[in-house]
Structure formats: structure tokens, C-alpha cells
Write a protein that binds this ligand. Structure first.
Ligand code: AHG
Ligand code: MN
Ligand code: MN
Length: 335
């Protein structure tokens, strides 16, 4: 069977569906190319001197891994000059990065988590890159783009996706009409479509949560998890399984392919009870993909995609996956 490449898919979207603007097509191609380069760096491991931590911390006070910085630089450099972007924002940078004025300015804003699951890099477990695409406000020149222009709710995203650097390197993408998976053919160097119009398998009994935070959870999440641990000896009368890699991108990808629910809920470890994950780089893009695949995504009360962001690095509780499970963990009131 002759499989479609990412380039073919994007050209078809542009021609036939007429839904894909040329600048957005270029943007996706460039991000995909960056993910290829990041995958290459990661796969060298100790031989490429890319493992370990730096002395630096990012804006959130987290120690930066060498690969956090390498991947961030790769995404910035690749996306600066194509004329498709006005500015970028990253989990690893305190504020936004404007496209230098020696290059043409584009219509879009790109946000990314260059390496999700950094703590897994040095032990050879799956990590990934997550990205989100917004429209730049029409009125502005790039120099005028501000952080406030990025504070758009998840529903405003025009595209979202992620790469997983695991046993295979894959790219999962939505342009707002379905979710599609591409696998990197390393010999040829192209992304080849391996799944299309992906839908989360429903009714699967598997959950993903960091159990070491149990004492910090809300009563709803505690009850939900306790019921599932009780399994066939409890009220549910059926056993559940648990998986947790510590890379959201890999855990959510598994849910997309195999079903179940992912939780990194708000918890009580800090005043204000916000979660660990970041709304703009993790919550929103993953919520868009999950919803496009028939799933649900809430912060425990509110649908993630309608949260009005108030800060670039804002954190959010995340419960996403099979809608029945999401509702069981939160109650039916999420809108
Ligand atoms: P990042 O590597 O971008 O900082 O994100 C890591 C996130 C997420 O991928 C994962 O679900 C979570 O942190 C795990 O954190 P803990 O091990 O602290 O629970
Ligand atoms: Mn992350
Ligand atoms: Mn990260």
C-alpha cells in the first residue's frame, strides 16, 4: 500500500479542502522538520553529549536539561525566517520571541513545549514536543505583538500537535478537522501517515495519574481513583489498570490510541490549588487534540478550551480522555 506523506496530506488540505492557508502549511512543515532534528539529537544520547542538566533554571524555577535548551533553539531558528510567524512563545523562555525585523512577518503565533517529559531523557524513556498555533492579531506589525496577544483561549487554536520520541518517532496533528498520525521514516527522512481521523477507543478501563500526589488531591479525584483501585472488590465491580510514564505527551498519546483517562489534577501543594501542567503549552494543544478525537478535557470544573488565559506560563489542572471517565472524575458540570 502506498502511504501518504505529511507533505502530500498538507497539499491536499490546501487544494481540496481549501481550509489550509499557505503560511499555516509552511508552519506545520517547519515544525515537523524541527521535530525531525530534535529526534536526531535525542537519539544520539550520551554519544552526542546532549544528556544531563545545565546550571540554569527556566522561568518556572525548573532546572533546564541540555535538551530543553537545544530543542528550544532548534524550534526558534527554524521558524524565524520563513515568513509564516509574527512571534513565538515557549515554556523555556520568560517572554515572547518576536520574529527579527530582517525577516518577513507572518500571520501566526507559535507556542511550544520543546521537550515534554524532560526528566525521562536521561533514562531513555519517551519524551516529546508539544505545539499550539494561534492567529496573530491582524492590525499589528510583528514589533507590536505583545504577550497579551498570545492570551487567547484554546478554542482559538488553528492547529495543535505533538511529536513523541519513543521506540518510533511520530507526529500527531490536528488542523481543526480530525487527528492524524505520521511516523518518521528515518531512511527516507519523511513523515508517513500511519493513522487518520483517530478516535479514542471508548470504555477502556485504564487511568494515568502520579499516585505520589494522592494526599493533595480533591475529594472528587480521590474518590474516582479509590473506586478504580478497589476494582472488582468495590462499587464498580470491575478491575482497572494503571499506566504512568511521567511524560504527558506519551501518556496522552497512549490514551488517544488505547483509551482511558489522563489526570494531572489541581492539587493542594501550593496556595491557589493550580495544577502542574501549563495551559498554553500543554493543556490547550492536548485538549484540542483530545476533543478532535472524541474525548473531553477539563480542569476539574471548566472545559480547558474555554479558559481565558491570564498569563503566558499559567498552570492548569488537567483531566482528559474518554468522556465518561472524565465526567466520573469531575461530575457532570464541566461546560
Ligand atoms: P516538562 O518536562 O515539560 O516540564 O513536563 C513534565 C510534565 C508532564 O510531562 C508530566 O506529566 C509531569 O510533568 C510529570 O511531573 P511529576 O513527575 O512531577 O509528577
Ligand atoms: Mn511539558
Ligand atoms: Mn518541557
Amino acid at each position: 500500500m502506498k502511504r501518504k506523506t505529511l507533505t502530500q496530506f498538507l497539499i491536499e488540505q490546501q487544494r481540496e479542502a481549501g481550509t489550509l492557508q499557505p503560511q499555516l502549511r509552511l508552519l506545520i512543515e517547519v515544525v515537523a522538520r524541527s521535530c525531525k532534528a530534535i529526534s536526531h539529537s535525542i537519539s544520539k544520547g550520551a554519544l552526542g553529549d546532549v544528556l544531563g542538566s545545565l546550571d540554569s533554571e527556566n522561568v518556572q524555577g525548573e532546572v533546564q536539561k541540555k535538551l530543553d535548551v537545544i530543542a528550544n533553539e532548534m524550534l526558534l531558528e527554524a521558524n524565524e525566517w520563513g515568513g509564516h510567524l509574527a512571534a513565538m512563545a515557549s515554556e523555556e523562555m520568560e517572554t515572547i520571541h518576536l520574529v527579527p525585523n530582517r525577516y518577513p512577518q507572518g500571520e501566526y503565533l507559535l507556542l511550544f513545549d520543546p521537550i515534554d517529559g524532560s526528566s525521562n531523557i536521561d533514562v531513555d524513556l519517551s519524551v516529546g514536543t508539544i505545539f499550539s498555533v494561534l492567529r496573530a492579531p491582524k492590525r499589528v506589525e510583528a514589533q507590536d505583538v505583545t504577550e497579551a496577544d498570545f492570551l487567547q483561549k484554546g478554542e482559538c487554536q488553528v492547529a495543535a500537535g505533538y511529536a513523541v520520541y519513543g521506540p518510533q518517532t511520530i507526529l500527531v496533528l490536528t488542523l481543526g478537522a480530525g487527528v492524524h498520525e505520521f511516523t518518521l521514516d528515518r531512511e527516507v527522512g519523511s513523515w508517513v501517515m500511519t493513522d487518520t481521523n483517530m478516535m479514542i477507543p471508548m470504555g477502556k478501563r485504564e487511568f494515568a495519574i502520579n499516585m505520589s500526589n494522592a494526599r493533595q488531591w480533591s475529594p472528587e479525584v480521590t474518590r474516582f481513583i479509590n473506586d478504580r483501585i478497589a476494582g472488582d472488590a468495590g462499587d464498580l465491580g470491575v478491575d482497572y489498570n494503571m499506566r504512568w510514564t511521567g511524560s504527558m505527551v506519551a501518556d496522552v498519546h497512549r490514551i488517544l490510541k488505547r483509551g482511558g483517562v489522563f489526570l494531572y489534577p489541581r492539587d493542594a501543594r501550593k496556595a491557589g490549588k493550580v495544577g502542574k501542567l501549563r495551559l498554553m503549552y500543554e493543556g490547550n494543544p492536548m485538549a484540542m487534540l483530545i476533543e478532535q478525537a472524541g474525548g473531553a478535557a477539563t480542569d476539574g470544573e471548566t472545559r480547558i478550551m474555554i479558559i481565558e488565559p491570564s498569563a503566558l506560563h499559567q498552570r492548569v489542572g488537567v483531566i482528559m480522555g474518554d468522556p465518561t471517565e472524565v465526567e466520573a472524575a469531575t461530575g457532570p458540570n464541566s461546560n
